[in-house]
Design a protein around this ligand. Sequence first.
Ligand code: SAH
Length: 380
Amino acid sequence: MTSAFPSKPSLAGLSKAELAEKLIGVGVEPKKAKMRVEQLWRWIYHYGVTDFAAMTNVAKELRATLSEHYTLERPEIVTQQISTDGTRKWLIRLGPGIEAEAVFIPGVGKAGALCVSSQVGCTLNCTFCHTGTQKLVRNLSSAEIVTQVMIARDALGEWPTQERPLNDGDRQLTNIVFMGMGEPLYNLDNVDTAIDVISDGDGISIGRRRITVSTAGVAPRIKELGDRTGAMLAISLHATNDELRNQLVPLNKKYQLEELFAAIRSYPSLNNAKRVTFEYVMLKGVNDSLPEAKALVRLLAGIPAKINLIPFNPWPGTNYECSDWSTIEAFAEVLNRAGYSSPIRTPRGRDILAACGQLRSESVKQRASERLMAATPSAD
Ligand code: SAH
């Protein structure tokens, strides 16, 4: 292990079950662990403290034991970039050579949304997506997902203090979208646990209705996502027929539109207050014709839906181009006339490659032999 990764592990980001385990590990009686977790929880996730000494209602002895074994540090921020439009992007180091990005977008959702990553890299290879050019390195743990939110709250200065309580109405970060790197439904267990932590009312307290999970269409896990998390569903659709979608989103070869739509219709408790978001990236001359807009309307019949039209965000090396503005407006007009809310998403943070589909870190998966080399102490 290099010196950049401290030998004491951090408790920041852990779930209640994981915290209880750690407490028992340092000698807390199993019967008392639950009560102690509740105490720590409020300090870690409501106040966001980074020092055990601040936990004034926790016994001094326990505080000392905890700081002997653990920290409350967040993962290292490699870079923070701020776009001219206020969007912020953090590149976060989770381990040697393992980096993921999180993006805060003001003016989205109730006040502002944090776009979190669920994997480093991705397996899906969508042809228009920059992350798709980076191989999957690994799934993020639930703690690594939660600490993205903690890093954003740190940077925005949004933890309340006892002297300065903060109401929801004062916050800039009110919504979470799982639209960063990776396919959340290929890491559902950890995404589920992370949502439990983020939505907990005694902690970070971002409600499940303000958390959206976006999938490229892993049909067999869609209903399960709803049953387990109660989160809002977003589908990266991008095409209205299998032939084109097979090209743009190769996962479609596995789960064709018919199967995908059956899964979407089974998402629990859909109604006009809880609608599915369909994301549709506007690619010039590829998927942006008026007959396709009409086909989209037919495809969505009977589903409480809204549509986000995303102007394609270019990245180095792509062959796609963004549709002309007039084409996007004409496409939106067809959807609007059919009664769908279909905002055109203003590209945000393009100058810092923070916009949809532009995230990519330099992390590569090491081969087992390389990992072994790195981990083996040299002979001298
Ligand atoms: N794998 C999940 C989560 C990623 S969400 C999913 O596919 O839904 C990222 C969103 O940005 C998806 O809707 C994706 O299709 C879209 N996107 C990817 N590349 C893009 C690009 N270059 N321009 C605009 N949107 C893009």
